[in-house]
Ligand binder design. Structure first.
Ligand code: NDP
Length: 294
């Protein structure tokens, strides 16, 4: 019997671990779950037939999944689990983490005979609930192939390079989300001040070259409705854009638009609040323009 452990039952981890449980039941595997707030692991077990575990117990699993806010929290649990790890195991980190951390963590785990894959995901909470996430994997391709059957929450799995490449691609993807969200918000605020109906403006933009996921989905569904449903925290998007800036520095690249938007998202996090939905960053644009986007 293969034992799978899932650590971090947040907005993403909870439904991802639920898909793991369905898969494990069909294949005779066992799923251990751990969450900092233990009641969530108990609730997950009651709903999905998983098994709440201590970090020490989870450390003995064949495959360990993590989905925590940042690489810093992964470091914390890894530190506690290291003495109890099982040689031959694979650690699949689905956190949107930092490429530099991946390099260090992979080396630390290798010393215990454990393979690290950075495997962040995209598709949001809806994709997690539907088991249709895209996973971008950095690390050993053969280890990814071996772990692939267990990625029950995934629709698409792409090997993007060596250790850290998965985190790098995720950071750039989310920086692009930040850029399109922010720029579309600016454009709409300006059009609003010009007296243009923003529903009509989006109708045109979404049939034209300015369209994006922000203009087609995020802004109509979350900003114009004033709902800002908290599915992906603004603080996490600001973190991702910051990783893209670190990446730029690390390779001595030049990405001033990403750097600018990372700084704006950080400002929005401070002004609007890190736990607000990422689309609430546009409230800072509204304040800058004395105009609501609606
Ligand atoms: P949530 O805030 O919903 O969940 C965070 C999880 O991490 C919770 O289980 C929380 O436990 C746990 N946690 C927080 N701090 C610690 C700590 N110090 N030690 C141990 N556990 C801790 O985040 P998401 O699920 O939204 O995001 C998880 C990761 O996935 C992030 O890296 C994010 O960037 C990424 N992501 C998020 C997406 C989204 O749409 N939400 C989409 C794609 C990627 P507790 O219950 O105790 O608070």
């Amino acid at each position: 019997m293969t034992t799978l452990a899932f650590l971090g039952l947040g907005a993403m981890g909870d439904p991802m671990a639920a898909h793991l449980a369905t898969y494990a039941r069909a294949h005779g595997h066992r799923v251990l779950v751990w969450n900092r707030t233990a009641a969530k692991a108990g609730a997950h077990a009651a709903t999905h037939g998983t098994h709440p575990a201590t970090l020490e117990e989870a450390a003995a699993a064949d495959v360990i999944f993590t989905c925590l806010p940042t690489s810093a929290e992964v470091d914390e649990v890894m530190h506690q689990m290291r003495p109890h790890l099982r040689p031959g195991a694979t650690w699949v980190d689905c956190t949107s983490g930092h490429p530099d951390a991946a390099t260090r963590q992979a080396a630390e785990l290798a010393a215990h005979g454990v393979t690290f894959l950075d495997a962040p995901v995209s598709g949001g909470t809806v994709g997690a609930q539907q088991g249709r996430l895209t996973v971008m994997v950095g690390g050993d391709a053969a280890a990814m192939d071996a772990a692939r059957p267990h990625l029950a929450f995934a629709d698409k799995v792409v090997h993007v390079g060596g250790t850290g490449a998965g985190f790098a691609v995720k950071a750039v993807n989310n920086a692009l989300l930040g850029v399109t969200l922010w720029a579309t918000g600016e454009g709409l605020a300006v059009l609003g001040r010009a007296g243009v109906n923003l529903g009509a403006a989006l109708d045109v933009i979404n049939a034209s070259s300015g369209r994006s996921n922000a203009s087609e989905n995020l802004i109509p569904q979350r900003v114009l409705t004033r709902e800002f449903p908290p599915t992906f925290a603004l603080g996490l998007l600001a973190k991702d854009a910051g990783i893209a800036v670190d990446l730029t520095q690390g390779v001595q690249g030049s990405a001033p638009v990403i750097a600018q938007v990372a700084a704006l998202l950080r400002a929005a996090q401070h002004v609007v609040g890190p736990a607000e939905d990422h689309t609430a960053a546009l409230k800072l644009i509204e304040a800058m323009n004395a105009k609501e986007i609606l």
